[in-house]
Write a protein that binds this ligand. Structure first.
Ligand code: SF4
Ligand code: SF4
Ligand code: SF4
Length: 289
């Protein structure tokens, strides 16, 4: 796959189809690959593909709005690209998608804690173990055989669903009290693209600075709600979190509810309107207070 990715990148840079290619190169720390931005055909040898290409590269596309960009995209990256197009943030014709059928990414933090240096299925991220779209949903070229979807499984979400609301609140406050408000989760997320985030507003000031529990709660719930019906379950936010907060439990609960209530999954079709950008008179209303 690495060879194929390099071959395509070289071709589209040489023939001027794109100005740059966003992909992955080998990182400088163990078990880590990192994003790379290739502008010259002679630099395509830097590009690689392995089980640690975990960033969602679609995050970088808005920086290059209006320019022709090539991008290496696994299933979840491609869903984010579709979402960006559907939400009017990106033109389809400005992006050349090198689609990579994905067998999952490995949790390096867990591996290093266990002293393992060889990836195995035990170390796949939960969203990868249950991935429904490992093969990109949109691409210009695919670099390998399609990968079948895994079994849908929301057992991680089930754990908090079984709790009483008091227990759930206690869990939320305990887990999210560790947040240091670094906003790495926001920066890593392809769908967090507001020029001005609600936490940075001071007129009105929705959230105070600092780490008072009410502000931490407001920030973390606000972030999750803003991603409702938009999150593509890539896990980039959780992986970026230095405090290892369980952000994916909130994201996946939201994704599960949106699927169950509205039958909608974001980022799988260019023709479907965003679930919160439309309405149906038959929509459920019983959850509205
Ligand atoms: S969520 Fe799916 S497409 Fe994304 S990294 Fe995991 S297996 Fe690959
Ligand atoms: S909220 Fe997290 S999992 Fe969802 S799209 Fe953003 S980075 Fe990916
Ligand atoms: S990355 Fe983690 S610690 Fe930083 S703001 Fe997000 S949830 Fe809080």
């Amino acid at each position: 796959m690495t060879e194929k990715i390099r071959e395509i990148a070289r071709r589209i840079l040489e023939n001027g189809e794109v100005e740059l290619v966003i992909g992955f190169e080998k990182g400088t720390i163990p078990l880590k690959s990192r994003p790379v931005f290739i502008e010259k055909p002679e630099d395509v040898e830097k590009l690689i593909w392995d089980g640690f290409c975990e960033n969602n590269l679609a995050t970088y596309l808005r920086r290059y709005k209006g320019r022709k960009v090539g991008i290496v995209a696994k299933g979840c990256d491609s869903r984010a690209i579709v979402n960006l197009i559907v939400e009017g943030q990106l033109n389809r014709e400005d992006v050349y998608i090198i689609g990579v059928p994905c067998t999952g990414m490995y949790d390096r933090r867990k591996m290093l804690r266990d002293g393992k240096l060889e990836p195995s299925d035990d170390y796949l991220f939960m969203n990868c173990k249950t991935c429904q779209y490992p093969t990109p949903v949109l691409y210009d070229e695919l670099v390998g055989e399609e990968v079948s979807p895994r079994t849908r499984d929301y057992s991680d979400v089930g754990t908090i669903e079984k709790m009483s609301s008091d227990e759930r609140w206690e869990w939320f406050q305990r887990e999210f009290s560790r947040c240091i408000r670094c906003y790495a989760c926001r920066e890593a997320c392809p769908m967090c693209f507001c020029e001005f985030c609600f936490v940075d507003e001071n007129r009105p000031e929705w959230v105070e600075g600092g780490i008072h529990p009410s502000d931490l709660g407001f920030w973390n719930l606000g972030r999750a709600f803003h991603l409702a019906g938009r999150c593509v379950e890539c896990g980039a936010c959780e992986r970026a979190c230095p405090m290892e907060l369980p952000l994916m439990v909130l994201n996946r609960k939201m994704a599960k509810d949106v699927k169950e209530i509205f039958g909608y999954e974001p980022g799988v079709s260019l023709d479907e309107k965003p679930v919160l950008g439309t309405f149906n008179p038959e929509d459920r209303e019983d959850f509205i207070l």
